[in-house]
Design a protein around this ligand. Structure first.
Ligand code: VG1
Ligand code: CO
Length: 546
C-alpha cells in the first residue's frame, strides 16, 4: 500500500459544536480542510496499538459533496491502518442507522457526514462528526482532544487509490484495507423489527389508519418507505418528499412548524390523516402532529415515556429518563409518577451517552424534536414514529385524545422556543452577556408576578464519569416552575442564532386548551425586556417560533 504523507498546517476554527463540525460546503471543500479534520480525529482517538484489526463505519445524509468526502475519508482511514470500513450504499446512512451499524458490527467508531437540519447544496452546509464504539457522538473530552489535534497537525496520511464504487454492494479493497459497501437500511430495519410488534402495526394500517410521513427530501425517505410502506403495508404515498436530494430540493430539512408547513397544513385540514410526522436532514429528529393538533416535542417525549410500556421493547418499564436543560419539565412529571429518575443534561445528544451506557435511563429527548432510547446512541426519527404508532395501535385513541388525557393527568407545560437566526455575532454575544451580568441580582426578585427562585448559567456534572460542562445556557427559574432560558446555537455556520425557551406549568384542566403564545405572553414579554432583544437586534419578532 502506497501511503502518502502530505505536509499540512493547522486550520483555525475546527472546534466541534453541539453536534460535530459544521461549515459551508465551500469551506469544507477547500484544500486540506476535510483531510485535516479527519486526520485530527484519528490522531485523537488512535488506540496504543493503532487501528489494526479495527472497523470504521462511514456514511452521510447524502447532501452535496457527500460522495467526494467519503472517498477522501476512506483513503485516509486506509493510510491510518484501519482493517475495514463499512460504508452505506451510495454513501448513505442516516444518523441513527450509523449508530445501529457501529453497535451491531462491533466497530471501533464511525464518521457521520452530515450537517443535519442545516440547508444543503453547493451554497449550503456540510458537517462531520465522530461517533465512538457505543454508537454515540463523541463526548466532550474526545471532541476537545480532536480540536487540540487540529491546532497542532503537521501531516495527513492518505493513499493513492481509485475511488470505491459506492453503488456496488459487497467487498472492495483500498490498499490493505477492506471496504464493504452495505445495505444502508437492512440493519436498521432489523433492529426496529425487534423493538416493535410489526404484526400489530400492520393490522393498524390494514384497518385504515392513515400516516403522512414527510422525509423533507432528506435521508429518511428510504428508511421510511422500507418500514412504513413495505414492512407495515401503509399505502404508497404515505411517505412524501421521500427521495433524498443533495440540496433537499432547496428546502431547509428542519422539521419545525415553519419548514414543515406543508405537513402542518395537511394535518390541520378537514380530511387530515391520523398521524403526521417529519424528520430532518440526517433522520434523527421527529416532528409529531395529530389530526388538528401539534404535539410540542417536549410533550411528545413525556407522552412517549408515559406510554412506552405499550411497545414490546419497553414492556418491562423504563429505568429512567433524561432531557436537555431547555426541554420542558413535562417528562419530569411522568418520571415522578413512574418512580424513575429524571436527569437534566446540556443540549446535544452526546450528553445522554453515559446515562444510556450505564443503564440509568431508557428514554431521552430534546425540545428540538429529538427523541430516542437505549436501542442506539443517537436520537431517532423513524423510531419515534414507530413508538407513537405502537401507542396509537394499543390505545385505539386519536393523538388528540391521548394528548388531552395526558395533560389532564399530569398538567400541561406550555412551552415555546423563539429563534432569532443569523444575528451579527458581537450583538448576540453582548445580549447574552448582558443577561449573564444581571443573573446575580435576579434571584429573589419578583418579575411578571413570580418570584425568581434560581438564576444561573447552567453547569452539568455527569453523574457517571464526573466530567463537568459549564456555560450551557442562562436560565431563570421561577418559584411556580416557570422558566426562561437563553442560549446561543452551536450548530449554525453563519452569524449567531439566539434561542429563547419559555415554559409555564398549568395544572388546571379547564385551562389546557389555550393558544401557547397567548398562555406564555407575560413571560415572552419579560424575556424580551430582560435581554432587550428587540432593541439590541432590531428584530421585531423571531424567525422561527416552535
Ligand atoms: C440544535 C438543537 C439541539 C440538537 C442539535 C443537533 O443545537 O437545539 O437540541 O441536539 O441541534 O441536532 P443548537 O446548538 O443549534 O441549539 V441535529 O438533528 O442538527 O444534529
Ligand atoms: Co439531525
Amino acid at each position: 500500500m502506497n501511503i502518502v504523507r502530505i505536509p499540512t498546517t493547522p486550520i483555525a476554527g475546527m472546534k466541534p459544536g453541539t453536534s460535530g463540525l459544521r461549515k459551508k460546503v465551500s469551506e469544507f471543500a477547500q484544500g486540506h480542510y476535510l483531510a485535516n479534520f479527519v486526520q485530527s480525529v484519528f490522531d485523537a482517538v488512535r488506540p496504543p496499538g493503532g487501528f489494526a484489526g479495527l472497523t470504521l463505519v462511514v456514511g452521510g445524509d447524502g447532501r452535496h459533496w457527500n460522495l467526494e468526502a467519503i472517498q477522501q475519508v476512506i483513503r485516509i482511514a486506509a493510510a491510518n491502518g484501519f482493517a475495514r470500513v463499512l460504508v452505506g450504499q451510495g454513501g448513505i446512512l442516516s444518523t441513527p442507522a450509523a449508530s445501529c451499524v457501529i453497535r451491531q458490527h462491533g466497530a471501533f467508531g464511525g464518521l457521520i457526514l452530515s450537517a443535519s437540519h442545516n440547508p444543503g447544496g453547493p451554497d449550503g452546509d456540510f458537517g462531520i462528526k465522530f461517533n465512538a464504539a457505543n454508537g454515540g457522538p463523541a463526548p466532550e473530552k474526545i471532541t476537545d482532544a480532536i480540536y487540540a489535534k487540529t491546532l497542532s497537525i503537521g501531516e495527513i496520511m492518505t493513499v493513492e487509490s481509485a475511488d470505491i464504487d459506492l453503488g456496488r454492494l459487497g467487498a472492495q479493497a483500498v490498499g490493505a484495507m477492506k471496504v464493504e459497501v452495505i445495505d444502508a437500511v437492512a440493519d436498521y430495519v432489523g433492529l426496529m423489527r425487534k423493538l416493535f410488534d410489526f404484526a400489530a402495526l400492520r393490522a393498524l394500517f390494514a384497518g385504515g389508519f392513515r400516516l403522512s410521513f414527510d422525509a423533507m427530501q432528506a435521508v429518511t425517505g428510504p428508511y421510511a418507505k422500507a418500514i412504513f410502506e413495505r414492512e407495515l403495508g401503509a399505502p404508497a404515498g404515505t411517505v412524501v418528499n421521500g427521495t433524498p436530494l443533495p440540496d433537499f430540493g432547496g428546502g431547509h430539512p428542519d422539521p419545525n412548524l415553519v419548514h414543515a408547513k406543508e405537513l402542518l397544513d395537511r394535518m390541520m385540514a378537514a380530511d387530515a390523516p391520523d398521524l403526521g410526522a417529519a424528520s430532518d436532514g440526517d433522520g434523527d429528529r421527529n416532528l409529531i402532529i395529530g389530526r388538528g393538533i401539534f404535539i410540542p416535542p417536549s410533550d411528545s417525549l413525556a407522552m412517549l415515556a408515559a406510554n412506552a410500556h405499550l411497545a414490546p421493547a419497553y414492556a418491562k418499564g423504563i429505568a429512567g429518563v433524561a432531557r436537555s436543560m431547555p426541554t420542558s419539565g413535562a417528562v419530569d412529571r411522568v418520571a415522578a409518577k413512574l418512580g424513575v429518575p429524571c436527569f437534566e443534561t446540556p443540549t446535544g445528544w452526546k450528553f445522554f451517552g453515559n446515562l444510556l451506557d450505564a443503564g440509568r435511563i431508557t428514554l431521552c429527548g430534546e425540545e428540538s424534536a429529538g427523541t430516542g432510547s437505549d436501542h442506539v446512541r443517537e436520537k431517532d426519527g423513524v423510531w419515534a414514529v414507530l413508538l407513537w404508532l405502537s401507542i396509537l395501535a394499543a390505545r385505539r385513541q386519536s393523538v388528540q385524545q391521548i394528548a388531552r388525557e395526558h395533560w389532564a393527568t399530569y398538567g400541561r407545560n406550555y412551552y415555546t422556543r423563539h429563534d432569532y437566526e443569523d444575528l451579527d455575532t458581537p450583538t448576540a454575544k453582548a445580549l447574552t452577556q448582558a443577561v449573564a451580568d444581571q443573573l446575580p441580582t435576579l434571584a429573589g426578585q419578583t418579575l411578571a408576578g413570580r418570584r425568581v427562585a434560581l438564576a444561573d448559567d447552567f453547569s452539568y456534572t455527569d453523574p457517571v464519569d464526573g466530567s463537568v460542562s459549564k456555560n450551557q445556557g442562562l436560565r431563570l427559574v421561577f418559584d411556580d416552575g416557570s422558566r426562561i432560558v437563553y442560549r446561543l446555537s452551536g450548530t449554525g455556520t453563519t452569524g449567531s442564532t439566539l434561542r429563547v425557551y419559555i415554559e409555564r406549568y398549568e395544572g388546571d384542566p379547564a385551562r389546557h386548551a389555550q393558544d401557547t403564545q397567548a398562555a406564555l405572553a407575560d413571560l415572552i414579554a419579560l424575556a424580551d425586556e430582560l435581554a432587550q432583544i428587540r432593541v439590541r437586534t432590531g428584530r421585531q419578532q423571531p424567525d422561527v417560533v416552535t
